[in-house]
Ligand binder design. Structure first.
Ligand code: G4P
Length: 194
């Protein structure tokens, strides 16, 4: 069992509506040992993909993404949920991202300056649930004519449709922890996923 799964079993808390709280080590307080493990496993999986840039979406994707970018020695670019006043409409790519959890829509943006057709982009995020965030990032990469080399996820809720959505878009999805169920307050990983 990898270190991330051990931490989820030890410190993760299951909340109503299938929400897993991991804010003691991943998305509020962040344990460097956790993001170090993420960095190593992501590098192992994607090292042959000629990655030129790591992309994520603010806020919680930033910590794992910067660690992975550091390992690949490439820049990390995060999509913003609010538009900076200095960035004109024609200077940015955007995508509408629906959050089922929060029931909100965000128009996320990336400056056209930082992504181009020669990029091989690795998308990194902390959670994959419905796949809306990753789908928005793929859309932005493709608007720029860039190649999406893969999607790397720390925690996948495999009982939600995100993975299937991304695989149907032709993407390689690699998740460090795949959760099969959060029923009865118990975390169960996907069978054989050790
Ligand atoms: P998606 O991320 O796959 O698109 O699915 P969804 O719309 O369901 O998720 C919306 C937000 O909720 C995302 O964060 C996602 O990371 C987070 N989320 C989904 N399931 C869980 C869960 O079980 N536990 C926790 N802690 N978060 C979950 P976001 O809107 O991008 O917000 P941010 O926290 O990164 O700012």
């Amino acid at each position: 069992m990898n270190y991330l799964k051990e931490r989820i079993l030890k410190d993760g808390k299951v909340y109503p509506n299938n929400v897993l709280k991991v804010d003691s080590f991943l998305n509020h307080q962040i344990d460097p040992a956790v993001v170090n493990a993420v960095e190593k496993l992501m590098y192992e999986h994607f090292k042959d993909r000629k990655i030129t840039k790591v992309m994520t979406i603010e806020a919680s994707g930033i910590a794992p993404a910067i660690m992975v970018a550091n390992r690949f020695n490439v820049p990390m670019l995060f999509a913003k949920k609010t538009v900076p006043s200095t960035l004109k409409n024609q200077e940015r790519y955007h995508a509408l991202v629906h959050s089922y959890t929060k029931n909100t829509d965000s128009d996320v943006i990336v400056s056209k300056q930082y992504i181009n057709k020669d990029d091989h982009i690795l998308i990194i995020d902390d959670f994959l649930a419905n796949g809306e965030a990753a789908k928005g990032l793929v859309s932005i990469a493709r608007q720029a004519g860039a190649t999406v080399a893969g999607v790397g996820i720390v925690i996948e809720k495999s009982f939600q449709p995100g993975r299937q959505l991304l695989e149907e878009m032709g993407l390689d999805v690699y998740s460090i922890c795949r959760i099969q169920s959060l029923e009865d307050g118990q975390v169960t990983f996907v069978d054989g996923d050790e």
